[in-house]
Ligand binder design. Structure first.
Ligand code: ADP
Length: 217
């Protein structure tokens, strides 16, 4: 079983690349952002608390994230591999992941750092919207990435939505939190991390990732 970490600032394409990797390599996508948003949708008291915090762009407590992660790993324990998207987000989470993997006689196989500058990331975020059903991502400010019909997914005709935290103000905090909390992980994983230029288009980024991961089985 493989464990692949995608390390990146907001809007570097973690979600999009994770989907491509999972389709090609038959891995399971573990996005802690998605797991938290699922909790928010349930409208439990925890969900409401998470919603308020996520809208500010700050990180959620490690213990909550770790619990959600462990449940997901347990649910999918017979998979060929996992893509960790948005996790670990700080050194403490990286240490906890090391522990969880050690207990399962497993290890991290690759850490891929998707590099993206602040301005490019901001432009991607402000126009971003996604399909409620298939997760396809669009951008209303970039001609090549607009949906054919306003608010409707080209692929499955479902409606598109905009994340609450995809606005300029929250983005600024998300990027600052990334610089302070997450970027130090590049040093933590210095012996294994590989850098990919994420300003390139989706397919080119995916080609670079494939050259790191090798041929699918
Ligand atoms: P992005 O990387 O594009 O900002 P995510 O979907 O990964 O978006 O995360 C959205 C929000 O969910 C974060 O701003 C944070 O509040 C919370 N979050 C996601 N993953 C984690 C994590 N591993 N630890 C703490 N908070 C997290």
């Amino acid at each position: 079983m493989k464990n692949i970490i995608l390390l990146a600032p907001p809007a570097a394409g973690k979600g999009t690349q994770s989907k491509l990797i999972c389709d090609t390599y038959n891995f399971i996508h573990i996005s802690t952002g998605d797991l938290l948003r699922e909790e928010v949708k349930k409208e439990t008291s925890l969900g409401l608390e998470l919603k308020a915090k996520m809208e500010t762009g700050k990180l959620i407590e490690d213990s909550i994230v770790i619990d959600l992660l462990k449940n997901k790993l347990e649910e999918c324990k017979n998979s060929d591999g996992f893509i960790y998207d948005g996790f670990p987000r700080n050194i403490k989470q990286a240490e906890l992941l090391d522990e969880i993997l050690r207990e399962n006689n497993s290890k991290i196989d690759e850490v891929i750092y998707l590099d993206l500058d602040y301005e490019t990331a901001k432009n991607r975020i402000v126009g971003r919207c996604s399909c409620t059903k298939c997760g396809e991502v669009y951008n209303t400010l970039i001609d090549m990435q607009k949906p054919k019909k306003d608010g409707i997914c080209d692929k499955c005709n479902s409606s598109l939505y905009k994340r609450n935290d995809d606005n300029e103000e929250t983005f600024k905090t998300r990027f600052e939190v990334y610089e302070k909390e997450t970027k130090p992980l590049i040093k933590y994983y210095e012996n294994i991390v590989k850098k990919v230029d994420s300003t390139k288009d989706t397919n080119m980024v995916f080609e670079d990732i494939k050259s790191i991961l090798g041929e699918p089985k």
